[in-house]
Design a protein around this ligand. Sequence first.
Ligand code: ARG
Length: 587
Amino acid sequence: MTSIPDQLSATFGGAFAALDLPADLGQVKESDRPELADYQCNGAMAAAKAAKKAPRAVAEAIVEHLKTAAPDLEIEIAGPGFMNIRLTPAFYATRANEIAADPRAGAGKVATPRTVMMDYGGPNVAKPMHVGHLRSSVIGDSLSRLFRFRGDQVISDIHLGDWGLQMGHLVTELQDEQPDLPYFDANFTGPYPSEAPVDIEDLARLYPQASAKAKSDEARMARSRAATAELQAGRPGYRALLRHFIEVSIAALKRDFGDLGVSFDLWKGESDVHDRIAPMVERFKAEGVTIQSDGAWIIPVAREDDKKELPPLILISSQGSALYATTDLATIEDRKVEQNPDLTLYVVDLGQSDHFEQVFRAAYKAGLGQEGAFEHIKFGTVNGPDGKRLRTRDGGTFRLADLIREARERAAARIDEAGLGAELSAEDKAEVARLVANAAIRFSDLSNYRTTNYIFDLERFISFEGKTGPYLLYQAVRVKSLMRKAKEKGLEPGAIQITAPEEAALVRRLDGFDGALQRAYDLRAPNHICEHAFALAQAFSSFYAACPILPEGDDAVRASRLALAKAMLDQLTLALSLIGMDIPERM
Ligand code: ARG
């Protein structure tokens, strides 16, 4: 299974080598100018320069050589020595039949599979999730699907923020509301109730309440800090509360993420590595990884060639507490012991770039991984129509559950407006609305290169027209319905043959799948999958407009076109599944 550009590159490379020219100059890619050629090779110019010959003469010699080596290629020389290539219908047909028969729709696997840890989501217990967490989840989930599909062993971890000051806020605020609970009684000998004293709504209320009070009230802040320290030091009642808070939060998160189709293998949090911190810090001290500075323990991480000097990582503050970076280092150690990943990807907004650079360099210094074992997969912000970071109407951060609900309501309205789903039951219609809403949310996010900021515009994302998730679902559903109709008529797909340029163009797109997945994988950038899915749907539209399928009178041509349609549907289904989009049966 080799893509057309790879096959042609091998052929051209062979010709270059036969003429004593570097084989790697025989690279062939799709033509930038489809009206002139299908593929092109531009290596003659560089080869001529090295061999001190005229580029056109080099190109002529290559073409001459290929006349016997690859007689079915039609090659024309243009300009100074561009080689424009056209393929025969038979060439396209061979490749199309190969893709149609392949359960992976033409996509390859990595040569050496690795164990890859994916750290994404990262919501904080009690604090509402904001769109930054949504982006992280959607990008991280898609990368997990892609890496897994390409053969790596992927372990995903939500890495809950459950160990900071927010926990002290919750403990103290709950104490003010319900002082008689046994968790606050230092003399209580247990056991603590198994039922949580709060639900997710309580948590969502208690945290902002406490944090607002603490902002203007020093003494209130001091209580939260003290409670955080006591919790971290292991006070039993507070630890019991922490477990309740985490359980309640995880249940709500599982529901929200489940709605979006985002999943995690591990639901670990910062608090899970707490016991590793003290021994880790001792080791770092003994090995000289960390040094004392102004009462704090730091790890210097600046490098000679830094454009901007990176400040040292603070391992233990002068007040004696472990910080965000300390937990991340302990988590790296934990993962090394538990899963021993070859590579860890952190899908976190680019505002945390310095933090991760510090953590990675410190980890390399401490022997927790080889240079390159950790990558920060950065992403930009989601903005409102005013171009500023997205907020809700009252200025607060977005809650994921609200966003999902709103997307579904709008999707349902759009489906009605578009006159779709008329013959569906209310239940099926709600399911279609869920899939359309997810498609809208996921595709609009993933179709931008991840570091690009984008404006959140639900109305546009949910449209069935343009480059949107719902458009792609709609195209896929149309092909599904075509396949159903064919079946009802007793028509089966057959061997693919090429009878029209639109068919060849569709095969070129089908052939581009592997390259798109490779790019998405190498650059950790799911937008290349989105690009491919959209281009594929467009190529299919042109094909479908030019080439009748069910009404076609020639049996062999009709069966061939059905097979092309099926190959496109199979590949589109796969591509969309890597973005996390499921296709409804009807809509
Ligand atoms: N909880 C963090 C936040 O909300 C994100 C966690 C990212 N992952 C990590 N390993 N630090 O900003």
